[in-house]
Design a binder for this molecule. Sequence first.
Ligand code: TZP
Ligand code: MG
Length: 207
Amino acid sequence: MNFRKKLKLYVITDRRLKDEIKSTKQALEGGATSIQLRIKNAPTKEMIEIGKEIRKLTSEYDALYFVDDRLDIALATNADGVQLGPEDMPIPTAKEIAPNLIIGASVYSLEEALKAEKEGADYLGAGAVFPTPTKLDVRVIGIDGLKKILESIKIPVVAIGGINHENVKEVLKTGVDGVAIISAIIGAENVRKATEDMRKIIEEVIK
Ligand code: TZP
Ligand code: MG
């Protein structure tokens, strides 16, 4: 499965900042390679409607489409993958139900990273690299924590948490396959330009 290259600029929606569909479109125009639909506490019906739109848009731009937490929404909207945290559906169960989906695991420590890889995750979202107002209670692992995970893990790793245009180079130099970003892109005045600028920096480091 050669999805590794498409993880490099992984943009995550956030309705607290912008409408999911509009911001997805703008991020894709600016060069996002993956989009994740992340909605906490919305009606399932609404999530499915939005997910179907994001599926259409990501297909048009040849980008991947992931769903946060919810395997049911991922299957119902024909997503490429689902992102599961330590308290979501266990990875082996998700693989049994949906053998063709890419399973991403959200991990917040080396122990969780090793466990997720062993259980069969296809890639990791590892963080938070830096403190972030987007997820206040999150554990911060720092660049050093990220490096430790990368030393021990073979599957692709996407870094997440507090990544912006200023610090992204430092993150990319650790050897991660990509960066997952909410506020520095979705919270920007011009989402398309913020994505474009980020993509340019990424292309300078990840060849
Ligand atoms: N998981 C770990 S940190 C984080 C999530 C969802 C928030 C990332 O958002 P931002 O705004 O890019 O820091
Ligand atoms: Mg999650």
